[in-house]
Design a protein around this ligand. Sequence first.
Ligand code: ADP
Ligand code: MG
Length: 305
Amino acid sequence: MNTFMVIKSYGRKAAKANLLAQKRICELEDFISVTKAESDVCRVNESLGNEIVLHDETFFVLDFALKTADESSGVFNPLLYPVIREWGFTTGEYRVPAKPEIERLMGFTDYRKVKLNPEKKSVALEKNMMIDLGAVGKGYAGDCALQVLRQNGIKSAVLDLGGNVQVLGKKTDGSLWKIGVKSPWGEGTAAGLEVEDMAVISSGGYERFFEKDGKRYIHIFDGRTGFPAENELAAVTVVCKTGLLGDSLSTTLFVMGLEEACAFWRNRRDFDMILLTNDRRIFYTEPLSERISLLYPFEAVSVVE
Ligand code: ADP
Ligand code: MG
């Protein structure tokens, strides 16, 4: 997944369980990578409108991603790949495409046109459409890895998949895990969170970007426009029960920006979040009050209720 991975498990069977969890993550990557030839995602993207049968896991993640697109009115959009590719974010050959070019490619990103068949676990796109599960893959892989650990008798573990942290149970001494929320300003840890059985998933513009003529272009796009997200947010961290939900929401909320993200949370309340702004303010949802410790001299602290 083009990133690092750390698995720490505790117990007699930890070494074997870790190996199996690692294997499971690599297997999923073989299904959902957008660059690995023969992955489910690549087969779909080369299908020229033909129906493609997927592995169960790929179908499940694609179905979830399409539902997230629906729930966010296209802010989250797993069909953006034709556009993201044009900006060079898969090849590393970065460029700023002309606006008419982006508008033309946006014509191939309507997620409502994807046809899923739940019985056959198949998908059919229209010609020129492509999928990309990059915004949810790591979270789902984390869920599957924790499941493997659980099945192998592990009761206490922490997993870090490229900055997506997921914990199983509590620490072996019975205390809560203390997870650091990375500072997007390159100054260590912005906040600490005490959690058990939880996913702590972050998205931010500081992770991957390129600069052209003094302007920064990041790897998270507004699914409605095809342009990199640009608002007052520097980073979003979602705290919730599964990696899949956390990963989908961290990307979505980051694109939404401060106000829309807060409104979205007030409607749902099935997750918690920490929003860090470019002008160094922090916003966090009320249920986190007992779990959070602030480790950075923020300009302002606000609790979202
Ligand atoms: P990361 O994987 O870097 O931690 P994210 O989970 O936010 O960050 O996922 C970013 C990836 O998701 C991008 O590299 C791109 O492949 C894809 N992506 C970018 N913008 C969107 C969007 N609006 N909706 C869905 N996927 C997106
Ligand atoms: Mg994400």
